[in-house]
Design a protein around this ligand. Structure first.
Ligand code: PLP
Length: 416
């Protein structure tokens, strides 16, 4: 039994239908769907007037501090299908040393630390939703391409739900992720290619293996889970959205999801029309969205020789590219790339000065903030949110080999 199921009361649900994000045509809810007829992502739509009548800020305040407090804006119908492993509300951690360096206010530079979620990354938000919906819809077998964190979350929730999983990782996925996925119960393969090559194996195997394809944005519910980052942020900031959000963008689920969340929050009367600038952060070795943004295009060209140690954002082609680019442009934001050198310099510096161990993707957002300041794209006084999407402990760290021979005289002066 999920850890806190007894705390999640039965509440009415408000899903009305699904909608093609590209064409706007409707699809029935409560049925298994992948992509729309034109091969684009499907978005879940709700009776927002109904939600508005059912959910008040006071009611919300009385609920446990986990993502299920947003039940009315989430798709699961039957509480018994919620496969929770403890999806807490993640904290906002200030960066006072960084703020001091730039003459900023520490209260305005906040890391949303998603590394504290089950399986150590924000993929838990998307996967708990997708797997709960898979359970609700009777899906028994799931396959997924992953750069690591999504596969781990998929494996964990599916094991809990009794769903069989097949996971395919590029062979240079961080070792800890591959082992974690296998240990959590998925049939796991390393593939000599990128995540989109793994995606082809999943798509081509659908007929032979009868599995459901849970690739990013190729099913409708992961985005609904990721959306809770936006809902949470709004509540944590007392219903006043920040000025800028720096989001490390791979498939873009989180950025698209938050943008959708803000719209829904406004329609249920919880926030006004102010929106943050959405900043899509990528690595210079794999920046399809940045290229498209700069070229003024709505779709991104795939990157052929993608490379960056920030595995979570090594996504050469994203099916939701137009949704990412639309949100970035509508928000008056931008897309920006930082190189791996800057990513690791920031990771090491923030760990040693502000005490927070960021994952490389999270460090990329801080590096992008610094670069944006340098280019005059933002102001140091803007209230900025950085997404640290996974625990820094999952990634290789610099060696630390200082040694003491306890049988020799110990030279305390040499310790510095
Ligand atoms: C998946 C992932 C990302 C990218 O998230 P999207 O919402 O798919 O763009 C960034 N960082 C980490 C650590 C990830 O696991």
């Amino acid at each position: 039994m999920p850890y806190n199921l007894n705390l999640i009361e039965k509440r009415p649900t408000f899903v009305t239908h699904l909608e093609c994000a590209y064409e706007g045509d409707s699809y029935l809810s409560d049925k298994i769907h992948g992509l729309s007829k034109v091969g684009k992502p499907l978005l879940v739509r709700y009776d927002l007037d109904g939600v508005k009548a059912a959910l008040t800020k006071d009611i919300l305040e009385s609920r446990p501090m986990d993502m299920w407090r947003w039940r009315e804006l989430l798709p699961v119908r039957d509480t018994a299908n919620i496969m929770s492993l403890g999806e807490i509300v993640t904290p906002l951690i200030p960066l006072p040393s960084l703020a001091k360096k730039y003459g900023a206010n520490a209260a305005n530079l906040l890391v949303k630390d998603e590394g504290r979620l089950p399986t150590g990354s924000f993929k838990a938000r998307g996967l708990v939703m997708a797997v709960s919906m898979a359970k609700e819809l009777g899906i028994k077998k799931i396959a997924m391409p992953t750069n690591g964190n999504a596969g781990a979350a998929l494996a964990a929730y599916c094991s809990a739900a009794g769903i069989e999983t097949y996971v395919f990782c590029p062979d240079d996925t961080p070792e800890v992720n591959v082992r974690e996925i296998a240990l959590q119960g998925a049939k796991t393969w390393r593939v000599n290619g990128f995540i989109n090559d793994c995606g082809h194996i999943v798509a081509d195997g659908e007929e032979a293996k009868g599995w459901f394809n849970l690739s990013t944005l190729k099913e409708p519910y992961r985005i609904e889970g990721k959306k809770t980052m936006g809902l949470e942020l709004a509540e944590q900031l007392d219903w006043e959205l920040p000025d800028v959000i720096f989001y490390p963008t791979g498939g873009g689920t989180g950025l698209i999801g938050m943008w959708k969340a803000f719209d829904e929050l406004e329609k249920i009367g919880f926030i006004g029309s102010k929106r943050p600038k959405m900043i899509a952060v990528q690595a210079t070795g794999c920046a399809p969205i940045v290229n498209a943004f700069e070229a003024g295009e709505r779709h991104a060209k795939p990157i052929l020789d993608a490379h960056t140690a920030a595995a979570g954002i090594r996504v050469p082609a994203a099916i939701g590219d137009f949704l990412i680019l639309d949100a970035v442009r509508e928000s008056n934001g931008f897309a920006i790339a930082v190189d791996d050198e800057a990513i690791f310099e920031v990771r090491d510096r923030i760990a040693a000065t502000d005490g927070l161990l960021l994952c490389p993707e999270g460090a990329a957002t801080v590096a992008a903030w610094e670069l944006s300041l340098e280019r005059g794209l933002i102001d140091a006084q803007d209230k900025a949110i950085f997404f640290n999407c996974a625990t820094g402990l999952k990634y290789p760290m610099p060696a630390a080999n200082a040694f003491i021979d306890r049988h020799q005289l110990i030279d305390y002066d040499a310790m510095g």
